[in-house]
Ligand binder design. Sequence first.
Ligand code: ITT
Length: 194
Amino acid sequence: MEKRKLLFATNNAHKLIEAREIAGTDYQVISLQDVDLDTDIPETQDTLEGNARQKALFIYDKTGIDCFADDTGLEIDALDGRPGVYSARYAGEGCSYDDNVQKILEEMDGVENRKACFRCVVCLILDGEAHLFEGRIPGEITRGRSGDGGFGYDPVFLPTGYTMTFAEMPAHLKNGISHRGIAVSKMFRFLVSV
Ligand code: ITT
């Protein structure tokens, strides 16, 4: 039987790889490239929910194809929830993942309370209607970088109950427990139930 296809409204290649692994065998996650769409996606809202909805609706309006988007934030207790919805450009416009990590490590220098949480909100547009799914994983911010895997803040995020940062874990382990793993799996469970 041919796999059902679902378009992922993202320009982040790492997210795409992870979603493809999380999707398993029932669904084929296709990219904007697969539908010949080369566009920036606006994310101007001040919540993860608002941005996920904005990104998914933007691509749905352009393509008319059922699709989903993900907006993710790292919420650090001692920084009052920052970088949160501003995780992508925390160190400034055009910054790299490493710039963001550096800024976090500097802000957390000498801070005892290292508690943090990754939160991911997925918005699925199905026949024009929006459905939201959330995944979160608690952990702590390490005092230095560890690991070469993953992306973004993974080298400094140690999930609760584990001895490896997300960047030290094999991809299947991160995807099995992560914020994105939880939110995207919820979406696929919903899709097979409708
Ligand atoms: P799209 O909007 O095109 O999907 P983006 O990178 O802009 O891609 P977000 O707005 O959700 O995505 O950005 C969240 C930022 O948080 C992202 O750029 C990374 O720096 C970080 N991030 C997201 N998911 C992560 C993960 O699983 N592990 C580590 N860092 C992550």
